[in-house]
Design a protein around this ligand. Structure first.
Ligand SMILES: [Zn+2]
Ligand SMILES: [Zn+2]
Length: 334
């Protein structure tokens, strides 16, 4: 099979690799589309704390089951599935207290073991989710990031008619904003520096600003979510939380970054600061929501498609920041 291989930090190539064979409990999926996200870029740049090279990247994907392990129900064959890439050990203290996304022996397809930027990928059948009928190509492709966003919302305190302020109108910021809009009748406010992304956010019905100062320097929101990972955005956002409200670090910051925060304000204003990491009990809901939302909402979030052999070009496009989700289609670009 053809596969993208990251040989080591900064080194990427498309190779012919042996087709994967399913082991006990496994299925092999013929990949229809795999998304590129920041994690893939961090892996390529050597910025993740795992020495998993050489590795096939790709953890957001869907495709058709084309082979099953000896002990797997053959009914899996030909099913169209999306796959939760996270492989918790189910044995460590975090897994045993129901926080498998925080597993101490974290493994994930496309991060610590070969992923889906390939014609074929081997996955444990327990992580495959049969897609609902009629879910679109885009909805199937976006199930994994949507599952991350749903987990983010799960981690927030929520009250009827809360107002939401979201930093960043990339794929994740827009998904978080769409979820927030489903929770409240108040208009969601999105902070985004890029005018094209602001325009897209407005087309979804959000109020889009370059800075909340444009609305009112003294305005405060019950829930503020950072989807940028940028220190300036996080520090600004923490100052926009209403007393009794919550701030979420959803975007992935540089591990070495630090922020200034007033512990007195957190104390006096009873601010909740909460994180959100990957997926937890949200994959099934994401695939159903992808079907419900359909391409009206999700279609604009996928802006580019590349063939497997064009992976480097796809990475350059991602780095250029002109688009949103970029799809790799091992069967050819569409
Ligand atoms: Zn991702
Ligand atoms: Zn574990």
């Amino acid at each position: 099979m053809r596969a993208v291989v990251i040989e080591g930090p900064g080194s990427i190539a498309v190779h012919e690799l042996p087709d994967p064979t399913p082991g006990p409990g496994d299925v092999v999926v013929a990949v229809r589309a795999a998304g590129i996200c920041g994690t893939d870029i961090h892996l390529l740049d050597g910025e993740l704390p795992y020495d998993s090279y050489p590795i096939v990247p790709g953890h957001e994907f869907y495709g058709e089951v084309v082979a099953t392990g000896a002990d797997v129900d053959p009914a899996w064959l030909n099913r169209i599935v999306t796959v939760d890439p996270n492989m918790p050990c189910r044995a460590c203290p975090e897994c045993r207290r129901g926080r498998a996304n925080l597993c101490e022996r974290y493994e994930a397809l496309g991060v610590t073991t070969d992923g889906a930027a390939a014609e074929l990928v081997r996955v444990p059948s327990t992580l495959a989710y049969v897609l609902p009928p009629d879910v679109s190509d885009v909805g199937a492709l976006l199930t994994e990031p949507l599952a991350c966003a749903i987990h983010g919302v799960d981690m927030l305190p929520r009250h009827p008619q809360d107002r939401y302020l979201v930093y960043g109108a990339g794929t994740m910021g827009l998904m978080m904003s769409l979820l927030a809009a489903d929770l409240t009748n108040e208009q969601v406010t999105v902070v985004e520096l890029n005018p094209a992304r602001r325009a897209l956010a407005e087309s979804f019905g959000f109020r889009a600003v370059a800075s909340p100062d444009e609305i009112d320097p003294d305005a405060r929101w019950e829930t503020v979510v950072d989807c940028t990972g940028a220190v300036a955005a996080i520090e600004d956002g923490l100052g926009r939380v209403r007393r009794g409200g919550a701030f979420q670090c959803f975007g992935v910051a540089d591990p070495a970054a630090t922020i200034k925060v007033s512990p007195f304000d957190v104390y006096r204003d009873e601010i909740t600061i909460v994180g959100s990491m990957a997926v937890q009990n949200s994959f099934d809901r994401a695939s159903r929501l992808a079907q419900t939302w359909g391409d009206d909402k999700l279609g604009p979030l996928v802006t580019h498609g590349f063939a497997l052999d064009e992976y480097s070009q796809a990475v350059d496009t991602f780095r250029g920041g002109t688009g949103l989700k970029i799809a790799i289609r091992p069967g050819g670009a569409s």
